[in-house]
Design a protein around this ligand. Sequence first.
Ligand code: SF4
Length: 271
Amino acid sequence: MKSSTKSQPRSSESQPRSSRSRARQSPPPDPARVKAILQELARLYPETGTALNYADPLQLTVATILSAQCTDQRVNLVTPALFARFPTAADFATAPVDEIEELIKSTGFFRNKAKNIKQCCDMIVKEYGGKVPRTLEELIRLPGVGRKTANVILGDAFGLPGITVDTHVGRLARRLGLTVHTDPVKVEQDLMTAIPRSEWTSFSHRLIFHGRQVCTARKPRCEQCTLAPRCPRVGVNNKVLATTPPKPKKTRVLHPSRKRSRRKNPRTDSL
Ligand code: SF4
């Protein structure tokens, strides 16, 4: 299944950061190739949507803040008790922060997350009447909510199309030749141009699934990947080589007698 990479564009992952940061444009990908990638991803992952459990936009916002540096499964273990104790944004906003901390401790970085959840809910109460706002611009103003979280909320809670660029989506978009950028905002813009709007949310989820299961960061399984015929695998060879440990240097060990014979003869030197 492997395809030649000789004629492929150079890896953005292999280039020095200074040259990567220079202004570049991603060449528009061939629409037929993009369509085939979308069809194959839909065949591979027919079910899409976040694995986080939630009942409303507020719960998804809190769960997504908790999911930073934590698995969705772990978040799903703590949220039932958390949402039962604090059913509304006002409940979170007025809660003692140590009470939130205690309930979310096992998700890691719990002090920071508790502070963000409390401040986020405080802003939702004071500026948005207790309801999670529905636009990207408003969502990214909330403490603890970046573009990634905002797009998850837009797509999953409100059904509004959004492209979530996390580490998997960024990496796969580059390998698939859909962007040359590493900056998540530029990757998002390239994908918004290349992918039909109606598919933005499902495409993000499917790329995340594929990144976790097949096209992993350290060792993409290209030989088993059904996207391979449509994938230029930009940067993959260099990436794999980069993870191969370097060969140890050969050091010559001299026999003690040879070491002695190499010393200068003081008598000869004085002549
Ligand atoms: S596993 Fe290989 S062929 Fe599949 S998407 Fe990743 S880089 Fe492309």
